[in-house]
Design a binder for this molecule. Structure first.
Ligand SMILES: [Zn+2]
Length: 429
């Protein structure tokens, strides 16, 4: 009899029998607690205390951009400005328009290498995967000096020079940063300095392009004296930026199994042995190009940038502080995130999509995670969903059709915080 009535009512209004699509913020009913993590016994109450260091979210491998899901690895923009040190007679360096044009050309070529990366010459005959770094140098204007466009000239007969070697070496002297640095709490200051005239006069001092990363800034010398075009120095710039983000020279113990080991015997490739096969173009070596980043080097830099504790994270443009709808990530297949991420858009787990999170994920302010019917979000015991700007995000939305709802699986007690629509605790019975 009931079936008959159902049939009749379906005939009356077909639409009424189509299962309704439901969209709502997740409740405790949407959670399937399948595993209790060993660090989180079921007797524990209240928020879990995060006792592991952020650097322990995965390994560098978890930060190497996956070329089939590049949008999961947002481009990290390093905010920079450039200072040209000069003598008071303005004879020792570029300045004004010439300096600005030099910087534009310099950044264009440095960013091209960062965007495209270049095939590693080593191991010879067995090239490494070519991975885009997803890094970018971004010239940053000071609000008080908009006309400078982030490029400054300083005329100072005491502090203008750079000495790389010898008794009077001053490469580690940071007084020039203290006197002329701008926005050092959020911008990487790069100083272009001439070699000292006395050094240039010495036959044993090589006054060529050279640099150092020290005290959170960069000094580079030899650009003006050698008179080479700006693109010729893109490698030095990216090399020093690599140092700022903790990369060491590849011939040292750099923790990267894919970088060349041992001292590089070749400045550039040549027809003759050994430099026909032994030359390297790695960014953290000394060589003519310095334009190739190995997957490990990219992973290590990006891991540093994603660490909330890392002191030079402050130079990264805080794109995660504002919701960009067009940066929405849709998970359509099976993905595991072990590395920390600072996302810029919403997150959607599509029908049949599976996302497992084992790390810190910053959701932008006002953003949502939507789990479509048949989609599944697994939060591992070390998962932490939050907002890295101290703002709030909206929460997790589940969608369903009939009994088919998006699912959340929690292992242990992952942390979900700074959320406007938290998942309510289940009522005790
Ligand atoms: Zn170096």
């Amino acid at each position: 009899m009931h079936r008959f009535l159902f049939f009749i009512s379906c005939l009356i209004g077909l639409l009424a029998c189509t299962p309704k699509r439901v969209t709502r913020f997740a409740t405790s009913q949407d959670i399937w607690r399948v595993v209790d993590s060993p660090v989180d016994s079921s007797s524990q109450r209240g928020p879990r205390i995060v006792s592991f260091r952020p650097d322990t979210y995965g390994t560098y491998r978890d930060y190497i951009p996956d070329t089939s899901n590049l949008d999961h690895y947002p481009v990290r923009e390093i905010r920079i400005n450039v200072h040209f040190m000069n003598t008071t007679d303005s004879a020792s360096n570029y300045y004004g328009k010439e300096a600005r044009e030099f910087v534009y050309g310099w950044l264009l070529s440095a960013n091209k290498d960062l965007k495209e990366n270049n095939q590693s010459w080593l191991p010879y005959g067995d090239p490494l995967p070519l991975i885009p770094t997803r890094l970018k140098l971004s010239l940053t204007t000071h609000p008080d000096y908009p006309e400078a466009g982030g490029v400054y000239s300083h005329f100072d007969n005491e502090l203008f020079y750079y000495i790389h070697r010898g008794r009077n070496q001053n490469l580690y002297d940071t007084r020039v940063f203290e006197k002329y640095g701008l926005q050092r709490d959020s911008v990487l200051n790069i100083f272009v300095m001439p070699h000292h005239p006395d050094s240039i006069a010495s036959p044993t001092y090589a006054a060529n392009g050279v640099g150092v990363a020290v005290g959170g800034g960069i000094k580079i010398a030899g650009l003006y004296e050698t008179g080479q075009p700006a693109w010729g120095y893109r490698g030095i710039l990216n090399h020093e930026v690599g140092h700022v983000y903790s990369l060491t020279h590849s011939w040292l113990n750099d923790g990267c199994p894919d970088t060349p080991s041992g001292k590089n015997p070749c400045w550039n490739r040549s027809k003759d042995s050994p430099c026909d096969t032994a030359a390297t173009n790695n960014v953290m070596e000394y060589n003519a190009l310095q334009n190739s980043w190995t997957p490990c080097q990219i992973g290590k830099v990006r891991q540093r940038m994603a660490s909330e504790d890392f002191r030079y994270r402050k130079y990264i443009a805080r794109k995660w502080c504002r919701l960009a709808e067009h940066k929405t990530i849709t998970i359509q297949d099976s993905v595991t995130w072990r590395g920390a991420k600072d996302l810029e858009g919403n997150l959607i787990i599509a029908e049949g999509g599976y996302l497992r999170v084992e790390s810190r994920i910053s959701m932008p302010p006002g953003s949502t995670i939507t789990i479509r019917p048949g989609g599944r979000l697994i939060l591992g015991p070390t998962a932490r969903l939050h907002n890295a700007c101290g703002k709030t995000w909206e929460g997790i939305i589940v969608e369903g059709v009939g009994r088919r709802m998006g699912q959340i699986v929690m292992e242990g007690k992952p942390v979900i915080e700074q959320v406007r629509n938290p998942i309510p605790e289940p009522t005790k019975t």
